[in-house]
Write a protein that binds this ligand. Structure first.
Ligand code: URA
Length: 432
């Protein structure tokens, strides 16, 4: 087989065979096919797409390019959840303990953040000594013992995606539903869980800009899950403004703790209960939405959900005292009150721009090697639809350094205040 023939075929809008896709992934991982040829093929896929069968073949070839987790030593149905990424998205920190406290088995592998979106691992590591490196046996034992473990993806998981994603990032080939779907699903499938809930986000702070694009991506991933025998469902959710109030690692851990105490922001709490209801049904713990919700609300009310987070932190060597006393999590040197300059109604809080501003404070990485400052970030005091009086605090900025004039200017540009009342879009657009 010659790789140039495969590129030509896709350029002419023809489907690739299973063997051609396998040849591509095998050859690329072994460094037998150069980056320039693979980037030409990726661009042909961006422009001409792939059929469902090709997407499934690509996902399977990528999944099998490295280690595939065997979770069979863990009893019961293992659940997993994936968010396509957003600003202030601390869902796993609250949702996973919630569903685990209701009996679901959480054996979760998470990633780090890059750019304007945060990663679950970075958030967990803002808890002193929290260990995200467990070997396979310790991981399985912890899930069997306490029903929950969240660890980092091993370097051996889907090496094809590591190479391909780095290449796509610099060749203008990220924006493609077949390539995004196979990238995400190959990692989820290799992580070994029986059920997958996808939170596919759309809007300013997400990969997909419209609900329609997000639905198409979700349907593509659900089909891949089905083809691989995994119960896969999806929520389509809004990421035009940050989720909840907090952006920044320790600040988001605190917000997750508040939510587990029943004192979280309304939108974030609603997302956790909706996602939790789907997961408890996937785990066959209940078979209807109403019972699932009741179960989750009860676990929050009687403290079991928060206790489950503490059990996980304890088991993974983290400082439980910081969960009991979130004020002992890393704290920034100063908290600056940002006040509104006019009266009106908040029409927009641009998620992408705010995530980027939080990154500039040190909360995220511009490159993979950058260190993270766990303490810094932004806490919103107003959300879209709220009425605002001049002088009201719209957000608190947790920072270690004086804010520059340019940072402050950019900050105010992310908030659009209109004179007339504005409607709030629902956070959850659709469930598939
Ligand atoms: N997230 C992934 O893991 N892969 C993509 O291609 C896009 C988002």
């Amino acid at each position: 087989m010659r790789f140039v023939d495969i590129i030509n075929k896709k350029r002419e809008k023809q489907p690739l065979t299973t063997e051609e896709i396998q040849f591509w992934i095998d050859g690329y991982v072994k460094n037998e096919i150069p980056d320039y040829q693979v980037s030409a093929l990726c661009m042909a896929i961006v422009l001409n797409g792939m059929e469902p069968r090709e997407i499934s073949d690509l996902t399977k070839a990528m999944m099998n390019s490295g280690e595939v987790m065997d979770l069979s030593s863990i009893e019961g149905i293992k659940i997993d959840k994936h968010s396509t990424g957003g600003v202030g998205d601390k869902t796993s920190l609250a949702l996973m303990p919630m569903v685990s406290s209701c009996g679901a088995k959480v054996a979760k592998m998470s990633g780090r953040g890059l750019g304007h979106t945060g990663g679950t691992l970075d958030k967990l590591e803002s808890i002193q000594n929290f260990n995200i490196f467990l070997d396979d046996d310790a991981f399985a034992k912890q899930v069997n013992d306490i029903s929950i473990a969240i660890i980092g993806q091993t370097a051996q998981l889907v090496p094809a995606d590591k190479k391909l994603y780095a290449l796509r990032d610099v060749t203008g080939t990220v924006q493609s539903i077949p390539l995004i779907a196979s990238s995400i699903m190959s990692k989820k499938l290799a992580s070994g869980a029986d059920t997958i809930l996808l939170d596919v986000k759309y809007g300013d702070g997400a990969f997909m800009h419209t609900p329609e694009e997000a639905i198409e991506l979700a349907k593509t991933m659900i089909q891949i899950g089905k083809d691989c025998g995994r119960d896969t469902r999806a929520m389509i959710t809004d990421m035009n403004q940050p989720l909840g109030h907090a952006i920044g690692n320790a600040l988001e851990v605190k917000e997750a703790i508040d939510t587990l105490k029943g004192q979280g922001p309304k939108d974030f709490t609603e997302l956790c209960y909706t996602a939790g209801s789907i997961i408890l049904q996937q785990a066959k713990i209940v078979n209807d939405e109403a019972s699932a919700r009741e179960m989750l609300e009860k676990a929050v009310e009687d403290g079991r959900a928060l206790n489950k987070l503490k059990e996980m932190v304890q088991a993974q060597g983290g400082c439980v005292d910081q969960i009991d006393h979130p004020e002992r999590l890393p704290q920034a040197k100063m908290v600056v009150e940002m006040r509104a300059h006019k009266n009106g109604y908040l029409d927009q809080v641009k998620a992408l721009a705010l995530g980027t501003l939080a990154m500039k404070l040190g909360a995220g990485r511009a490159t993979k090697e950058d260190p993270i400052n766990y303490a810094v970030g932004i806490v919103l005091n107003k959300k879209v639809g709220d009425s605002i009086q001049e002088g009201d605090i719209i957000a608190y900025v947790h920072t270690d350094e004086e804010l520059s004039t340019e940072w402050i200017k950019e900050f105010y540009e992310t908030f659009l205040i209109l004179p007339e009342p504005v409607s709030r879009e629902p956070l959850i657009y659709q469930i598939l």
